[in-house]
Design a protein around this ligand. Sequence first.
Ligand code: FDA
Length: 300
Amino acid sequence: MSFFNSILTSSLPILPKWFAKPFAKPYVAGETEDEAVFHIQALNEKGFAATVDILGEHVLTTEEARDITNQYCHLYDRIAQESLDCNISIKPTHIGLDISLAEAMANTTAILNKAKVHGNFLRIDMENSPFTDQTFEIYQHCKTIYDKVGVVLQAYLFRSLDDIQHLANGQFNSRICKGIYKESEAIAFQDREEINGNYLDMAKAMASRNAYAGYATHDQDLIDRILNWIESENISLDLFEFQVLYGVPMNGRLESLLEAGYKVRIYVPYGPDWFDYSVRRLKENPNIAGYVLKNFFRKD
Ligand code: FDA
């Protein structure tokens, strides 16, 4: 990473939003539902499935949590109206888990019932470890209402393989990701190789239980290792898909995966709360700041 990119990225939080917006653009599908639908249509036309997320987390009033819930319910109607190949991902603290388990449970149930009306799928994202058990509790409750619901497992957590033993069967659907939050070494692997090793073990444990996995990663080496295993073990195409975040550069890898016949789903976030999310993305990959600046000042 260049010195310039890293200085730029660390300064973004203190710069005005109008300045930061071009840097956010690659990662966020706009501020409104209409803009998100436009971007999802474009992805679908290229052969990608999508999962859409309204940006935000840690909502602290029931009013706001219910407003977000209504927006998600409307989004399911819109997905159906527009015949999009798209499901929805929600963050439990965005719909009230920081207020109470009961609030998050009620709001998730409302969203899930809307998914059920349309025969669509709901993904419950996994946040940091204080919320892990409650998120699984919400998931288990959802499962009693409607089957097309899934959760997320984080490969950095020591517990994740055990969670698979307890939860995974032919009806289980989980995204597997490395995990994005800072977790202590008492509960989580810190070493990249150990996280990747656990990721692969989890993928294998899911497949051996006929559970459906979304392999969510931008790590090209890890994708290679997953593909080697899938191909050598002849893992059924019905048991997995690849997932990435909107806007993360993949150097043609996603198109190659599609060409090879694999399903690829893009996580599309949108909403007025784009700023914090984009700063986080840029911190993960400060090189993006350089690309955006180059385009910003390019004279065509
Ligand atoms: P790794 O961190 O090794 O990155 C591989 C390469 O990709 C690096 O070169 C890096 O610079 C680049 N890169 C990775 N992420 C980037 C980003 N966001 N922006 C720019 N460049 C990036 N986590 C979680 O805790 N709970 C969740 O519910 C989810 N959900 C989720 C959905 C989807 C579809 C994805 C792809 C990821 C998540 N995550 C998540 C985030 C995940 O846990 C992880 O933190 C990031 O994906 C980064 O890990 P990688 O596997 O990509 O590898």
